[in-house]
Design a protein around this ligand. Structure first.
Ligand code: ADP
Ligand code: MG
Length: 757
């Protein structure tokens, strides 16, 4: 605002007081009034100036106030913003959603606690089932943790409450400050209104003065005009100040509007705060309830825990007791173990010492053992020599005893076997039984012949019920002696149909002496295999009409001759007679099969032929004692003789007669040989038949003979039975020479030599 200095006008006024005016009193007056006006104008101008200055000062003040107010409003806004932020922060801290969140958190925590409690219960149950001691400490820890958590939550709630009350206080302070600012604004507005009032009053006064001046003369008019002209300027300034005032008022109105809005905002924030407070109280109640619930649950858990602890404690006490008992047992065990441990330690130490000394000891022991072993070997050798000497002597003694036994028993033994009555024997008187036995003596049998009973005594009599086994039982000692190097002959004698073949060969289901003898020999040989090597060979021959044939050879029809061994030993042998080495029952069966086949091809009627010829099975057993070098050779002759019935009497002719003659001749020759041997004649007619010639070795001197006389029990056969039994009796009384074993003592000294050594 620029105010024109009125000084210029004063100069103009001095120019107007011309010297001519002094001459005119009106003019003088006018000049004076003009000066007065001038002064007045000057004063007014000054007043205006001061007013303007005041206005500008006021304006400045207002501006300052408005700036201040604006600052305050800004501050308030900022405060409001802060408050809003604080409220939102409080909301986020304690506000509805966060409280909800918090409540949710608490609920989740609650739920977790419940789950944990369930888990605890499950654990407790498992613990009860396992009878394991309760780990009460976990419950205690859990409880402590929960209580800590609760205390923390309560602390947080307290803090939130303190913050809320601080905020309340702040809001209160701000409201007070706002009221103060409003008051001051009102004051300044009132001052302004008063100032305006004063100014307008002054303006009116000046206008009135101007109007009064206007009613004065022309000169005054001019002055007035000038004043008017000048006052227009003042007016303009007034207008300007008025418009400025107007603007300021608008500004104030706007400020008021802003203030009003702020008040509204404050009110709404206060409302929000009230709502928030209500929510807080609600949440507090919720929290209180949750807390109560939690406390209850915690109490229940506490109770449960206490119960579990008590149970676990009682269980633990029981277990503790058992453990104590065990401990006591272990202690006593330990006490008893200690001496054992001491002895063990001592043993261990001594063992350690022994181990240390062991190599030396071992060397020493080895040295002594070596010398001892040498000594022992020497002793064993001498004992061995002694034993060998004794063994040889025992052998001689045994032989002597055996010979004595044989001498006492008789070296030719005669058994009788009566076959059962069969369908073939017919019926009626002819088939009646003519043979009876002595129940107290198994060596006697009685024959009813032509109304007279004739009794016979043999070495043993087998009645019809006797089995093949029973018979073999009595024979087997003879068979085994063949292994020891004796020659043995077993004859089956008797009329045709009396059971010779049955006794010697038997049936496949019920084998006779032949097969059983070979089986026994195999068994014996096997049992001696550790010391002896044995070879068993078999030959089979047939003597028919004084012709000797090989039943195992490729040409069975060929007649064989009996010859003296070319080695000068005086032994007989049959060149071309086939010998089979047998090692098993299968081998024997093959041999028998072959013999049967060959015998059958040689005749038209096997039964006829077999009853008219002698069948021989010769088993040779050769042994070698590996330790002594002793060799043995024994021969077992199993002879199924031709039928002994007297054919001549029945008036036979031709070939039949010739057969009968040959049979009679050979059987008589057998009787003669045995008789000559018995009566110790110088000449024994072995050569009178092929059979005796062939069996010379096995009948003479050192041999053993068994004659099995087969008889039929039928009445119609009684004559032949009588003949057979008479033959048996005669043979039984024959004594053979002293028995000797066919043993070659390869490197043996004689008994005399042995006894001399
Ligand atoms: P041999 O050879 O003396 O002519 P066999 O041995 O052929 O007589 O016997 C004639 C019949 O009598 C045969 O059928 C035979 O089976 C039977 N036999 C002989 N002895 C007995 C016995 N002890 N038990 C049963 N049957 C027998
Ligand atoms: Mg026969």
């Amino acid at each position: 605002m620029s105010v024109e200095k009125p000084g210029g006008r004063l100069c103009d006024g001095k120019r107007a007081s011309l010297p001519g005016a002094r001459q005119f009193p009106v003019i003088q007056k006018m000049v004076e009034s003009m000066a007065h006006l001038q002064k007045e104008k000057l004063r007014l101008q000054q007043e205006l100036l001061t007013l303007q200055e005041k206005l500008s000062a006021r304006e400045n003040e207002e501006i300052a106030v408005s700036v201040q107010l604006q600052g305050q409003v800004e501050n308030l806004k900022a405060n409001l913003l802060d408050q809003a932020e604080e409220i939102s922060r409080l909301r986020s801290e304690l506000g509805g959603t966060d409280l909800e969140k918090h409540r949710n958190l608490l609920a989740a925590e609650n739920e977790r606690l419940r789950q944990e409690m369930k888990a605890c219960e499950g654990e407790l149950r498992a613990l009860r089932q396992q009878q394991a001691p309760c780990r009460a400490c976990e419950h205690v820890q859990e409880n402590g943790r929960l209580q800590e958590r609760l205390a923390q939550l309560q602390r947080e709630m307290e803090e939130a409450r303190a913050k809320l009350s601080e905020l309340d206080l702040e809001v209160q302070q701000k409201t007070n400050r706002l009221a103060e600012v409003e008051l001051r604004l009102k004051d300044s507005l009132a001052e302004k209104a008063q100032e305006e009032e004063r100014l307008s009053r002054r303006l009116r006064d000046s206008q009135e003065t101007i109007a009064s001046l206007k009613s004065q003369p022309q000169q005054v008019k001019y002055i007035i005009k000038t004043v008017e002209v000048e006052s227009s300027k003042a007016k303009q300034a007034l207008c300007e100040s008025q418009s400025r005032n107007q603007y300021l008022q608008e500004q104030v109105g706007m400020q008021r509007q802003v203030l009003k809005e702020m008040e509204q905002q404050l009110q709404s924030s206060q409302k929000t705060a009230v709502q928030l407070r209500a929510q807080i109280t609600m949440y507090e109640a919720e929290l209180e309830r949750a807390h109560g619930q939690m406390l209850e649950e915690m109490q229940a858990m506490e109770d449960e825990k206490n119960r579990a602890i008590e149970e676990a404690f009682s269980r633990a006490q029981v277990e503790m007791k058992a453990v104590h008992e065990n401990l006591a047992g272990v202690r006593t065990n330990l006490l008893t173990l200690q001496p054992a441990l001491r002895t063990l330690t001592n043993d261990y130490n001594s063992l350690k010492r022994q181990v240390r000394d062991f190599p030396l000891l071992l060397q020493e022991t080895l040295r002594s053992a070596r010398s001892e072993i040498g000594q022992a070997i020497e002793e064993v050798n001498s004992t061995n020599r002694e034993l060998l000497r004794k063994y040889r002597r025992e052998l001689q003694l045994r032989k002597k005893c055996h010979n004595e036994l044989v001498r006492l028993k008789g070296n030719i033994r005669v058994f009788g076997r009566v076959r059962p009555i069969m369908r073939e024997d017919g019926e009626g008187a002819e088939a009646a039984n003519a043979v009876t036995f002595d129940p107290d003596d198994d060596a006697v049998l009685h024959l009813m012949h032509k109304g007279k009973q004739v009794s016979f005594e043999l070495d043993k009599v087998f009645p019809p019920r006797a089995t093949q086994e029973d018979v073999f039982q009595e024979v087997q000692a003879l068979v085994t002696s063949c292994i020891d190097g004796y020659n043995v002959c077993i004859f089956a004698y008797g009329q045709t149909g009396a059971g010779k073949t049955y006794t010697m060969e038997g049936t496949s289901a019920n084998p006779g002496i032949n097969q059983r003898a070979l089986q026994l020999l195999f068994a014996e040989v096997r049992s001696k295999a550790a010391d002896w090597d044995y070879a068993i060979t078999v030959s089979a021959a047939e003597i028919y009409n004084e012709a000797l044939r090989d039943l195992l050879g490729k040409e069975p029809q060929e007649k064989l001759e009996i010859k003296l061994c070319p080695d000068g030993s005086g032994q007989l042998y049959v060149p071309g007679l086939t010998e089979f080495r047998v090692q098993s029952v299968e081998d024997i069966n093959k041999v028998f099969e072959l013999g049967h086949v060959n015998r059958a091809t040689e005749c038209t009627n096997l039964n006829e032929r077999s009853s008219r010829s002698h069948a021989l099975l010769v088993v040779t057993v050769r042994g070698l004692d590996r330790s002594t070098g002793l060799r043995t050779a024994g021969k077992l002759n199993l002879v199924d003789l031709a039928g002994s019935e007297r054919v001549g009497r029945s008036g036979a002719e031709g070939s039949r007669l010739r057969e009968a003659q040959y049979i009679n001749k050979s059987l008589s020759a057998l009787g003669d040989v045995i008789y000559a041997l018995r009566s110790r004649q110088g000449h024994v007619p072995f050569r009178n038949s092929k059979l005796t010639y062939l069996l010379q070795d096995s009948l003479s001197g050192d041999s053993k003979t068994l004659m099995m006389v087969q008889v039929s029990p039928a009445e119609k056969n009684s004559s032949e039975t009588l003949c057979s039994l008479k033959f048996a009796e005669r043979v039984r009384s024959v004594e053979l020479g002293p028995v000797s074993r066919k043993a070659e003592l390869v490197s043996w000294p004689s008994l005399e030599q042995l006894e001399g050594s």
